[in-house]
Each structure stands twice: as structure tokens, then as C-alpha cells.
Design a protein around this ligand. Structure first.
Ligand code: AMP
Length: 445
């Protein structure tokens, strides 16, 4: 179905076409008419599905010409980058309309944001912390809000923002349309939905197809202390155009970037401990091709939407399966092809099983020919031994210790570990093609 059949004004159809969108994505086909109908909505859709336009287009449609009556739309985002990016999407899609928007996020002074609000705006896009600052100091009131969007709610919950979200919802008029978008639907989300939504229509894109088909997944089994070597070797081999490397912790991200720079790779780094200007510079450098590699933590990477990312490399196996989906959502976006590579140690075996279950498919194991694996071959990965073998229990020095804030979850990953080869022999996973089947095959051996 073309955009012109969705009930949008022609100015918005032209906005979408100007961005090169020829057809709506599945979430857009479902959500646009739902939002236009005025009903509340819960949409489970992973990032990369086109969900921003799925709410931006019908919201812009509802707005009509700019009014000076105070903001009518409030969009809550978990990170600064995402807030900025969503505003960019609004501006691009609303190119042929005259709406005004303001982004409120932390990390910069309040003055210009306050002045922009005073100048009059239709749409406010905000992160929770800065928005509460504006509300608490009465620099902004939400009485005029007609549409509230809670975007990436699972992530906001993960980051511990539930009370902020509730306070913000309460500050909005009871009579409003509320749209909730989330890649996953954890139980806590039901609490927010009960609190914030009325008789919502439900749209599920993620649950049936949690991962886009355009991504090739692969795992490289490697001992912890050889991960960086393997990473450097991988970067020499494949046709890496534009790569995001995910690290679990901020210190881990810095350490990886350091190693890559030693090998003369142009690298940007993005994590929550970096200043806003550093984050923007890293992202812009990556977007424009100055850096072929961006090293990021999960939280910071939430807002990254860069066209043409060829590879996502998970330096650590994410401990929460949803994070895997978010991470690899950076590549293979909107019909492009992408590769998602995960470096996994025997200690991370259980996390892999959880990811495979979550995405409903096995991830093939790859061996890097000619790589000097300790023990002569990739380590064997066995979920039965994962906990017992975990170096995390041994209290070793870790790269990511200290400085973890709310939301920067997870165990720390170390380059150094005792890392004895486990077993030996090629693990020969995925013989049955079902998640976890390869584990069960090996039980009792
Ligand atoms: P999102 O899931 O909103 O982050 O969007 C993912 C990417 O898909 C963004 O780069 C969008 O510009 C792009 N996109 C969104 N809708 C479409 C569409 N209908 N056709 C092609 N690309 C799209």
C-alpha cells in the first residue's frame, strides 16, 4: 500500500517521499491509520522498523498549521541521541509543513532550550531528566498536550526511569492520546500501560519477527584474553565499511578504542561518561565517514541511526536478549543487508542460549581460518559449564569496574581472564537448527 492511501495529507506524503520512502514499512502501515483514528496505542516494534515515522507522520497530520497555544505533542525518549534523532525525523518528514519543535535533553545548558520553548513550539521531544527539571521549575507546563508518545519504554524502564515517566504522564491532561512504543514487552511495561493508556489498540511487529531478515548473524568462540586479537584480525579480513562495536561497559569501550587506535583505525567512542559535545562529535564523525568504527555502550547507542552500517560487532555477549536485538538493529536497517558478529567466551554460553531463544533462531558459529587460537582451535562452548567456569566469579581485575550508573547494567567484561581452553574440538553447534538444540545434543558427554 502506498503512503498516499494511509489517510495522510499530501504535504506529509511528499515529506516521506523526499526522504526516499517509497512504501510504508509494516509498522507504518498498521500504526499510521491507528494513530490517525485518535486511539491510544501500544506498538511493539524494534528499532530499525521505521517506527519513528510510524508515529511522526500521523502526529504531524493531526497538528496542522503551527499554533502559539503551547506544546501539543510531547515525546519522551530514553537518551539524548534518540531525542535529537527523533526531532530530525520530524523536521525531515514535516518539511512541507510549518510545525515547530524543541528538544530538551541534559548535558547542555538550559538557557537555549528555555528560549526555544518561549518562542513557541508544537512538539516537545525530551529525555525524562531534563523534562522533569523544566516541570519542577515551572519553565514548562503540559496542560496543552494532546498527544503523548512514550518511545522505547522498555529501555526507559531498564534505566530506572519508571517514576519519572509516571510523574510526567500525571502532569499531562487526562484527555489526550497516548502512544507507547517498545521493542519488547516486559511485565513492568504492563504497569506503565495501565497507568498511561486507555483502551489501547495493540500492534505487534517485534513479537512475530524480532529480528530483521536482512541481518546475517555469526558467533566467533574465543577465549576472553584473545578477544581483542580476534577483533583486530576480523577487521583485517572482512569488507568492513562502517562498523559499530558494542562493549558492555564504558571502560571496556575506551579500552577497545585504545587498542584499535594503536592499529591506526579511525575510531569514535560513545558512552555515557563522555560529554555531550564528545558524543555528538563521535556520532557525526561516524556518520560522515571520518571514523569507520564507532565503539559504543548499549545505553549510548540507543539513538544511533546511521545509514549503511555494514557490521555490528558484539565484543561481549549481551546479558539481556533484548539488548542483542537493539544492538544488531543498528545494521540491516530498512532493507539493507548487514552482519552481526558476536565474540563469545565459554563463560557467555548461557547468554547465547537466551538470545537464540529470544530471536527464535540459532546463530551459526564461525571459525576464523588462520587465527592463532590458543590451544589450536576455538574454545568449546558448553552452557552446562558456563557458570562454573566463569572468571567473573574469581574476582579478577575487570575492565568495566566502577562508574556504573543506573542503566549501565551488566557484569563487567575483562580482556584478562584465566581463560584455559575448554574442551577442544569444534563445537559443531546448530546441528538441529533450533535454538539450544546443539546444547541439548551435548548433554551428558
Ligand atoms: P526507525 O525504526 O524509526 O529508527 O527507522 C529506521 C530507518 O528506516 C531510518 O533510517 C528511517 O529513515 C528508515 N525508514 C523509515 N521508514 C521508511 C520507509 N517507509 N522506507 C524506507 N526507509 C524507511
Amino acid at each position: 500500500m502506498p503512503f498516499s492511501k494511509l489517510g495522510l495529507y499530501s504535504s506529509l506524503v511528499r515529506g516521506a517521499q523526499a526522504l526516499g520512502y517509497t512504501e510504508p514499512t509494516p509498522i507504518q502501515t498498521k500504526a499510521i491509520p491507528a494513530v490517525l483514528s485518535g486511539r491510544d496505542l501500544i506498538a511493539s516494534a524494534q528499532t530499525g522498523t521505521g517506527k519513528t515515522a510510524a508515529f511522526a507522520l500521523p502526529i504531524l497530520n493531526r497538528l496542522g498549521p503551527h499554533r502559539d497555544s503551547g506544546p501539543r505533542v510531547l515525546i519522551l525518549e530514553p537518551t539524548r541521541e534518540l531525542a535529537i534523532q527523533v526531532e530530525q525525523a520530524f523536521i525531515a518528514l514535516g518539511k512541507f509543513t510549518d510545525f515547530k519543535s524543541v528538544v530538551l535533553h541534559g548535558g547542555v545548558t538550559v538557557g537555549p532550550q528555555r528560549n526555544a520553548l518561549r518562542a513557541g513550539t508544537d512538539v516537545v521531544i525530551a529525555t525524562t531528566g531534563r523534562l522533569r527539571e523544566f516541570l519542577d521549575t515551572k519553565m514548562l507546563q503540559l496542560d496543552s498536550i494532546e498527544v503523548l508518545v512514550l518511545d522505547e519504554v522498555d529501555r526507559m524502564l531498564d534505566m530506572g526511569f519508571i517514576e519519572d515517566v509516571k510523574a510526567i504522564v500525571k502532569a499531562c491532561p487526562a484527555q489526550r492520546q497516548t502512544l507507547l512504543f517498545s521493542a519488547t514487552l516486559p511485565p513492568k511495561l504492563a504497569e506503565v500501560a495501565r497507568f498511561a493508556l486507555r483502551d489501547p489498540q495493540r500492534i505487534a511487529i517485534a513479537s512475530t519477527q524480532p529480528v530483521t531478515d536482512s541481518v546475517n548473524h555469526a558467533i566467533h568462540a574465543v577465549l576472553d584474553h584473545q578477544k581483542i586479537e580476534l577483533l583486530l584480525e576480523l577487521l583485517k579480513r572482512d569488507d568492513f565499511k562502517s562498523v559499530i562495536i558494542f562493549a558492555r561497559t564504558r571502560r571496556g569501550a575506551d579500552a577497545i578504542a585504545h587498542q584499535l587506535r594503536l592499529e591506526n583505525h579511525p575510531v569514535g567512542v560513545i558512552h555515557a561518561e563522555r560529554s555531550q559535545s564528545e558524543r555528538v562529535a563521535a556520532l557525526e564523525g561516524f556518520r560522515k565517514g571520518k571514523y569507520g568504527i564507532l565503539v559504543a555502550t548499549d545505553i549510548a547507542a540507543r539513538g544511533i541511526d546511521v545509514a549503511g552500517i555494514s557490521h555490528v560487532i558484539n565484543f561481549d555477549v549481551p546479558q539481556h536478549p533484548e539488548d542483542y536485538v537493539h544492538r544488531i538493529g543498528r545494521t540491516g536497517r530498512a532493507q539493507e543487508k548487514g552482519d552481526a558478529i558476536m565474540l563469545a567466551t565459554p563463560q557467555e554460553a548461557n547468554d547465547i542460549v537466551a538470545i537464540e531463544k529470544f530471536i527464535g533462531q540459532s546463530i551459526p558459529l564461525r571459525t576464523l581460518d588462520g587465527f592463532a587460537y590458543e590451544g589450536g582451535q576455538p574454545p568449546r562452548i558448553d552452557p552446562g559449564n558456563a557458570q562454573a567456569n566463569s572468571p567473573r566469579r574469581a574476582g579478577q581485575q575487570r575492565l568495566g569496574t566502577g562508574g556504573q550508573k543506573k542503566g549501565d547494567r551488566g557484569k563487567n567484561q575483562s580482556f584478562e581472564s584465566s581463560g584455559k581452553p575448554f574442551g577442544g574440538g569444534n563445537p559443531n553447534w546448530h546441528s538441529k537448527g533450533k535454538p539450544g538444540a546443539h546444547w541439548r545434543d551435548r548433554k551428558g558427554r
